[in-house]
Each structure stands twice: as C-alpha cells, then as structure tokens.
Ligand binder design. Structure first.
Ligand code: G6P
Ligand code: MG
Length: 218
C-alpha cells in the first residue's frame, strides 16, 4: 500500500561495522604503494563507492596510476576485504539492530537495505539477516552515489510505498543528505555535530527506544 511507513537501512556502520575491514584493506593497499593511510583519512571513504574511494586514497598518497593499474588495485582491495567478510558471523551485528528489526516485524513495517556496497547481499547472508529484508538495493543497482537520493528512491519503489513514508537510518553525512533530498525522514547514527542535517540523531542503534519508534510510525 502506497501510504504505509517503511524503513530503509544503510549497511556499513549501521547494521554491521565493516568500516574496520575496509580500512585494513585500504591501508594495506596504501602501504604497498609506499604511503601511510590513517584512520582519520579513512573517514572520507565512509558511504563512498569503491571506485571513488580509490581516487581519494590515491589523492592522499599523491599517486598517479593508469586505468589498468587502478582496475587491478580495486580487485586486490576487494579480495582482501572479502577475506575479512568471510569470517563474519551474527556476532558482528551492531547492538540494537535486532531489537529494532524485531519491533518493525512485530508492527508489520517493511524494511529494505539501501547501501553503496556491491558486497551487501553477501555480508547480510554472512550475519544471517538477508532473508529478513523485504528488499535489497546495493551498489550494483545504482548509477548515482549518495548524496544522490537514487538508492533510497529505488528502495521506496521496491517496498511499494511513497518516499515521504520512508524512514532512513544512516551513519554517513552523504547518506543523510540523500535521504533528505528524497524527502524521507532521516535518522543519523553517530555524532550529533557531524550528522547535524539529520531529522534525529542517536549515538548508536541501541539508543533508539520503542516509544520513539511508535511515535514515528503513528
Ligand atoms: C559503503 C561503505 C564504503 C564502501 C562502499 C562500497 O558505502 O560505507 O566505505 O566503499 O560501501 O563498498 P564495496 O563493498 O562495494 O566495496
Ligand atoms: Mg554507512
């Protein structure tokens, strides 16, 4: 039904903390190219596509490479990242996620994934959440990266509801901006000052109460 409320979740930093694995793989790549890559610099890669992430990384190291070499590095980075992903279990689901999904299921509210990651279905499968999502939109489905609203608009369509009824949960500024320009309600997970553009901000998923959710869906 077109007027039903629905949730759309980002993956990395909201459902699971894969940012640490992305960081390890990017850092190793930087080191192999002869420069260091700090955790602080890694912040710039959150919510950003794989290709764009490499561009930012090479910018940090002031390294110029051929398209061919970049292709090879992207493959190498993803191979290492997937080695970490393959060790993941449900123990890596972030605190508060299960409680929130249970609330939505109990209230018959549909939810989708809206992620820039091409590895999103595999990660959800590894942590045992894939089947619970009513729709998946990932890096293979979109042509325009966040802050473009495309990923979330496709999500609303797949959930068969209007964008205005969707509530997006995001940890990246670009993701909050994407939700806002899709005219969706935005919930930021993280630092209030960083995510100041969000309609609501919580430090972690664990802080979201049933009362808050009840008000949101009524
Ligand atoms: C998410 C992460 C980014 C990552 C992107 C692509 O948005 O926050 O750090 O670069 O997905 O991920 P992928 O798994 O396709 O390399
Ligand atoms: Mg994220």
């Amino acid at each position: 039904m077109k007027n039903e409320k629905a949730f759309i979740f980002d993956l990395d930093g909201v459902i699971v903390d894969t940012a640490k694995y992305h960081y390890l793989a990017w850092k190793n790549l930087a080191n192999s190219l002869g420069f260091d890559f700090t955790e602080e610099q890694n912040e710039q890669l959150k919510g950003v596509s794989r290709v764009k992430s490499l561009e930012i990384l090479l910018g940090v190291g002031k390294v110029n490479l051929s398209e061919e070499k970049k292709e090879a590095l992207l493959k190498e980075k993803n191979k290492e990242y997937l080695a970490y992903v393959n060790t993941m279990t449900s123990a890596e689901i972030l605190p508060g996620v299960n409680k929130l999904l249970q609330f939505l299921e109990a209230n018959k509210i549909k939810f989708a994934l809206g992620s820039a990651s091409k590895n999103a279905p595999l990660i959800l499968e590894k942590v045992g959440l894939l089947k619970r999502f009513h729709a998946i939109v990932d890096g293979n489905d979109v042509t325009k990266a966040k802050p473009d609203p495309e990923v979330f608009l496709i999500g609303a369509k797949k959930l068969n509801t209007a964008p205005e009824n969707c509530i997006v949960v995001e940890d990246a500024i670009a993701g909050i901006q994407a939700a806002n320009s899709a005219k969706m309600t935005s919930i930021g997970i993280g630092d209030k000052t960083v995510l100041s553009e969000a309609d609501y901000v919580f430090e972690s998923m664990n802080e979201i109460t049933s009362d808050f959710l009840q008000n949101l869906i009524n």
